[in-house]
Write a protein that binds this ligand. Structure first.
Ligand SMILES: [Zn+2]
Length: 446
């Protein structure tokens, strides 16, 4: 999947947090179901906004880009977003962009005028399909930007000629820099190939950015993204969050006062195509909900620990094998997430199961309560939501793995095997590595 990444001219805000979390959830969920994902997300490190910021601050543009990119990754790490497998930078793909623009010009789909090279949308069959609007209304809605020589208001810049003092690269059309829409089409095709599965971004990118990425691929007869996914925007107390409104909440500020997992939960509670509010009441409710998840995880951990101590005392491997997570819950959960990433309904199921597990445990039905509770935690993990201090491996399981290493060190194979069996029953895959026992969650294949 290719996800449009940041233009690194300022600090990330809450909206960026939602965007990266939505696609982080897509990626983690797919991986949780056993699908291999290649996640590519670009960094726009040359752009008008970066150049403007650099001139405002009277410093080199590359320094502005580097500094803000560092800030971006710091925030994403704090947010618990997995880093993309590839993070191509616009400045690293200049020759490939010049090459693509040249191809479009040779095919007659692009034309050069005084200030740069433009794509003629008239040369693109089905232009406007992604925006789902007829050409007429797109034309009427196009921002009036008077550029002498442009054939249609919808035609867009592939190459912008540099003004004096601006950063520039050489091309057959003179010194300049590539347009943003060219960056993404070149890097996605270069790293994922034609017909890649999924292209994502915010709904504000649908038109013109994504339409124009697609237009270049179509004009060259290449197949582009097979699926598109656009998430809705973030609001603050019922109002659209925008620089023009002056209510932009920085991500750093948000994470100062909030458990990053609460923000993920808030994102999951809204359908990705619906606006979501990042007001304090929603975050407070999400924090409370997290506490229910965490306390169930602690409760399960304590029960497992007590059971294991009992087994040790009796010098027996264990009594009844721990049941696998309830398969019915896992399959209903998957049905809901598979239905256009319906995370609000999937989460409702998880929190129902948390309540159910606690009720079963309260009634002394430990076997059923554990099964239900483990399934609820496992499903939450499928959305990248883990109990506090947990990476999918409970502390109790880590202790058992450590005991197993000790048993192996003194060649107590029977004890080592018995501990391995116990871990397997708890839902782990156990591997021997030179560094000792390594545990993996076996996920939904239970
Ligand atoms: Zn893009």
């Amino acid at each position: 999947m290719y996800v449009c990444g940041p233009t690194v001219y300022g600090a990330p805000h809450a909206g960026h947090g939602r965007s990266t979390l939505v696609y982080d959830v897509v990626r983690r969920y797919l991986e949780w179901t056993g699908t291999e994902v290649v996640h590519v997300s670009n960094v726009t490190d040359i752009d008008d906004k970066i150049i403007n910021r650099a001139s405002e601050e009277a410093r080199p543009w590359a320094e502005v880009a580097e500094e803000n990119e560092e800030l971006w990754w710091l925030s994403m790490d704090r947010l618990g977003v997995a880093r993309p497998h590839e993070t191509p930078h616009a400045t690293g793909y200049l020759p490939a962009m010049v090459e693509l623009i040249g191809e479009l010009a040779r095919d007659g789909a692009a034309y050069a005028i005084d200030d740069g090279v433009y794509l003629s949308v008239a040369a693109v069959p089905g232009y406007g399909l992604l925006a789902q609007q007829p050409l007429e209304s797109l034309r009427a809605g196009a921002r009036v930007e008077v550029v002498a020589g442009k054939r249609s208001p919808l035609d867009f810049a592939l190459w912008k000629r540099a003004k004096p003092g601006e950063p520039s690269w050489s091309s057959p059309w003179g010194e300049g820099r590539p347009g943003w829409h060219t960056e993404c089409v070149v890097m996605s095709l270069a790293l994922l190939g034609e017909g890649f599965e999924l292209h994502g971004g915010g709904e504000d990118l649908k038109f013109p950015h994504h339409e124009n990425e697609r237009a270049q691929a179509v004009a060259l007869g290449r197949s582009f993204a097979a699926h598109w996914m656009h998430h809705a925007m973030v609001e603050l107390e019922g109002e659209k969050m925008a620089r023009s409104v002056g209510n932009v909440l920085s991500l750093g500020e948000l994470l100062e006062s909030t458990d990053p997992r609460a923000y993920r939960l808030l994102v999951l509670q809204a359908h990705y195509r619906a606006p979501m509010d990042v007001g304090p009441s929603g975050l407070a409710a999400a924090t409370q909900a997290l506490e229910r998840l965490d306390s169930l995880a602690r409760r399960i951990d304590e029960i497992e620990r007590a059971q294991s101590c009992g087994a040790d005392a009796a010098r027996e491997p264990r009594g009844d094998p721990a049941p696998a997570p309830s398969e019915d819950l896992v399959s209903s959960f998957r049905e809901r997430v598979d239905d256009d990433l319906d995370t609000p309904r999937a989460l409702a199921l998880v929190f129902d199961a948390i309540r159910g597990a606690n009720a079963l445990l309260d009634n002394g039905d430990v076997v059923a309560g554990l099964a239900r509770g483990r399934a609820a935690l496992e499903c939450a993990r499928g959305l990248g939501l883990s109990p506090a201090g947990d990476r999918g491996i409970s502390t109790h399981a880590s202790e058992l793995a450590h005991k197993r290493d000790e048993a192996r060190a003194v060649r107590d194979w029977a004890q080592a095997d018995s501990l391995r069996d116990q871990l397997v029953r708890m839902g782990y895959r156990v591997e021997d590595t030179p560094g000792g026992t390594r545990l993996y969650r076996t996920g939904v294949s239970l």
